[in-house]
Design a protein around this ligand. Structure first.
Ligand code: FA5
Length: 351
């Protein structure tokens, strides 16, 4: 039987014939399988006498089938290699290319505008010490304003007390820069910040730019002029209307929140978009909160190693993603971080 089986395998003309042989020999109803089944009914002595031969047959058949199959596959590959040709003159398929992200674009525009106004760029770590993010900004451990920030904490103890955290704003860079460089100062600090927060105008990671001016005899008028000048340059419109609302931040006194007026327009595809300009109090208009700001609190200047009787200043912190939404007309902040090239192209960001 063994010789016959091996001869049939060697003679198989193609892979289909080989498969039929495999089923006939080793399949459920196959002849070799039937022989294997007889082992169960044998006495131990008989099994010891005939078992090795039957097992040997099964192995030999399986091996012959496998090597015949391999031979067919090798022949097929050789055939394809011989007949197929790569046409090197064909143009390559178009690979998808990325574009500048609106947030990067806005960051660059802002840095350029502020450079013209004499601001240098400062940076700080995203994994921050509780002391710089809160305490030095006049928010001691039990301060209620801490609760407004929905902070992501690490289990690690911070060197200066409290826990390490993902910075919730760029304001800690104020303290770091005053401590490192002293006064006078005129800086912006762009970067990522993190809060446990998510809806159409809030994402858990977003971007802020901090501004800080420390000098002698600085007052609120300098702040207002700086913000108006930069917003008009950024939006390239003279009809920008700002609304300054009294507010509260522990690290500024007085504090003002700045809103910008926009009109709601319908796009041809039925979506609504916000277009800047005019007062937000007109019908069909609204106000969008852009930034928080104020005169730097004396206690912050003190904790940053400067004498508040000699040095004063103003600071502001603005949401870069919100600025991008307003300038380029996006309606949902969450789509900023989906990485969808079609979405980018829709808003005019293509390679
Ligand atoms: C602050 O973070 C203060 N550090 C700002 C500041 C700096 C005030 C210096 C005074 C002096 P606030 O929590 O309001 O403030 O956030 C500032 C801006 O970030 C908001 O106006 C808004 O534009 C933006 N923002 C806040 N939360 C989110 C979020 N989850 N997603 C996107 N943008 C956000």
């Amino acid at each position: 039987m063994k010789r016959e089986a091996l001869a049939a395998i060697a003679a198989a003309a193609d892979p289909a014939a080989l498969e039929a042989l495999r089923v006939g020999l080793l399949g459920k109803q196959g002849s070799v399988s039937a022989l294997l089944k007889t082992l169960g009914a044998m006495s131990p002595e008989e099994r010891q006498a005939k078992g090795p031969a039957i097992q040997g047959l099964r192995e030999a058949v399986a091996e012959a089938l496998a090597s015949a199959k391999q031979a067919f596959e090798a022949a097929e590959l050789a055939e394809r290699l011989a007949t197929e040709r790569v046409d090197l003159t064909l143009p390559a398929p178009e690979a998808a290319r990325g574009s500048v992200h609106p947030v990067s674009q806005v960051m660059d525009e802002l840095a350029e505008i502020f450079a013209d106004l004499g601001f240098a760029v400062a940076t700080g770590p995203e994994i921050e010490d509780d002391w710089y993010n809160f305490t030095a900004l006049n928010m001691p451990e039990s301060h209620p304003a801490r609760a407004m920030h929905d902070t992501f904490y690490f289990p690690d103890q911070a060197p200066k007390g409290g826990k390490m955290l993902l910075r919730t704003h760029t304001s800690p860079v104020q303290v770091r820069t005053m401590l490192a460089e002293g006064a006078p100062l005129r800086i912006i600090a762009p970067g990522r910040v993190y809060r446990s927060d998510s809806d159409a105008t809030h994402t858990p990671m977003f971007h802020q730019i901090e501004g800080l001016v420390i000098d002698r005899d600085i007052h609120l008028g300098h702040l207002k002029w700086t913000l108006e000048t930069f917003l008009k340059a950024f939006f390239e419109r003279e009809d920008i209307v700002l609304r300054l609302r009294p507010s509260y931040f522990p690290f500024t006194e007085p504090s003002v929140e700045v809103d910008v007026g926009f009109a709601i327009e319908k796009t041809p595809d039925g979506r609504s978009r916000r277009v800047l300009g005019g007062s937000g109090d007109e019908p069909g208009h609204g106000w969008m909160e852009l930034l928080g700001s104020g005169m730097v609190n004396r206690r912050v200047i003190e904790m940053s190693g400067l004498d508040p009787n000699e040095w004063q200043g103003f600071a502001f912190g603005l949401g870069v993603d919100r600025l991008a939404m307003l300038k380029y007309g996006m309606d949902d902040l969450r789509a900023f971080f989906d990485g969808d090239a079609r979405w980018l192209a829709h808003y005019g960001f293509s390679p």
